[in-house]
Each structure stands twice: as C-alpha cells, then as structure tokens.
Design a protein around this ligand. Structure first.
Ligand code: SAM
Length: 241
C-alpha cells in the first residue's frame, strides 16, 4: 500500500468504513481503467491519482456518511458518467443492486468493461435519457435510493431522478458549495413530483482546500404523476419552476 492508498484508508476509517485489501485493489484498478479509457474518450478532467482518490472516490462515498447503506437494497445513479457515485458505493457495499443510467453510450461501454474488471455483480448499465428510462415500468417508482452528481441544477434533477425513486425512498443530489439558489427555486418541482425536502448535509473533502460539498436529501411521498418526466430535453429547456 502506498501513501495515497494509506491516506484514503485512514480518511475512510475516520468515517467508520474499514477498507479491505481487496477493496483497495479494486479502487486502484478503477483508477487505472479510468486513466486508460480517458485517453480514448472524455470521462474525467481529473487525472492526478491523489485527486481521483479524493475528488471522485472519497466524494462518491460521502453518501454513506449520512445514510445507512446496509439498509438500502437498490440504487439508481442517474448521469453516472464514469461511475460516480455508484461504483465506489458498490465496491464498499457489495450487497447493493445498482442501476446506472447515462445518455452517452461510450460511457456505458466503459462502465460495462469496468464492472467486469472489478468482478462486480448486480450492476446494470442502461444507455438512455433518464426522461425515457423513467417511463419503463421496471424503473419507475422503484429505487430505495437515487443519486446524481454533477448532472444538472436541482430543479432539473428533480424531474430526472424523482420518477425513479420509490415511494418513501430518498433522492440525494450531490452538490458543491453554493446551493442556496437551487434550494430557493425547487419548491414547485418538488410539489409536482410529490416529494419533500428533508435536509442538507455537508462535509469537507480531505484535500488541501478542504472544499465544501453538500448533499441535498429529498423524500418521495406519492407515486410520480403520469405527466412526468416530460419528453427528453424538456426538463432542461423548461424547468419546473
Ligand atoms: N456523475 C458523474 C460524476 O459525478 O462524475 C458524471 C457527471 S457528467 C458531468 C454528467 C453525466 O450525465 C454525463 O455522463 C451525461 O451523459 C449524463 N446525462 C446528462 N443528462 C442526462 C439525461 N437526461 N439522462 C441520462 N444521462 C444524462
């Protein structure tokens, strides 16, 4: 184990997650595959190894600081890109059934390859727009936990992600430091999508800047009305506000 891996292990241990040697090997394989495929396609702007461990791996795992993942059966990660946050979560919580949705097929191809290399089971990578996939009965109102990191503004995300969330389930929007305006403008969309704001939790990345990250927790209380999500592209073009 080198210094970067030792730091990662220590930071996770401070959050009561004890990484095994096998998991550390999986994260290192993830890093290497990410870098190799990033040569052929745009997966991430962050390529420095230490930064990937902090800004992608640690950050993705932050949901587990606030949610008991052991009590969650299935999770949908909308706009997962190179697999964040769901692949790091799956490495640490292998019991999770993970569904990944992304509209870029190249990223889905990378994720299918990664899932094989990491020997992960129960990970389904779906190519398509969230607006279309959320209309399929097997995905609609179905997931205990839905996540989205760096995909869109909250008001747009609500329409993309809450239709996947089960009644009583949670949608967590993973955000940077500045969230007030997004919170101030999301009341109408939450009401339309039969969901409520629960709370925001924040933490600092263990990087030199101690950057702040916010996790916005929303809960769905009734099935999504038939009208939502509207057709692909409309949530972004004409947000519910
Ligand atoms: N969640 C990853 C992360 O945190 O690194 C990726 C973020 S990337 C900036 C946004 C991703 O969302 C892209 O991979 C894009 O293809 C996907 N995306 C954007 N709109 C989408 C939609 N309507 N349905 C499905 N995927 C979408």
């Amino acid at each position: 184990m080198d210094e970067i891996q030792a730091n990662f292990k220590t930071q996770m241990s401070l959050k009561n997650i004890e990484l095994t040697d096998h998991q550390l090997v999986q994260f290192e394989t993830y890093y290497k595959e990410l870098l190799a495929w990033n040569e052929k396609m745009n997966l991430t702007g962050i390529t420095d190894r230490e930064e990937v461990y902090v800004k992608h791996f640690f950050d993705s795992l932050s949901i587990s600081f606030f949610v008991s993942l052991r009590d969650i059966k299935n999770i949908a990660d909308i706009g997962s890109g190179a697999g964040f946050p769901s692949i790091p979560l799956k490495i640490i919580f292998p019991h999770l059934k993970v569904t990944i949705v992304d509209s870029l097929n190249k990223r889905i191809q990378f994720l299918n390859h990664l899932v094989q290399e990491l020997h992960l089971t129960d990970v389904k990578c779906v190519h398509g727009r969230a607006e279309d996939i959320a209309r399929l009965p097997e995905h609609r109102d179905n997931y205990d936990l839905v996540t989205a990191r760096a995909v869109a503004k909250l008001v747009v995300l609500n329409e993309l992600c809450l239709p996947f969330t089960a009644v009583g389930g949670t949608f967590v929007a993973m955000k940077g430091s500045d969230i007030q305006e997004e919170l101030d403008t999301c009341a109408y969309s939450l009401n339309e999508l039969r969901s409520k704001y629960i709370y925001t939790r924040n933490f600092h990345l263990p990087d030199v800047d101690k950057s702040t990250r916010n996790l916005i927790f929303l809960r769905k209380f009734s099935p999504t009305p038939k009208a939502y999500p509207r057709k692909a592209g409309t949530p972004l073009k004409t947000p519910l506000m």
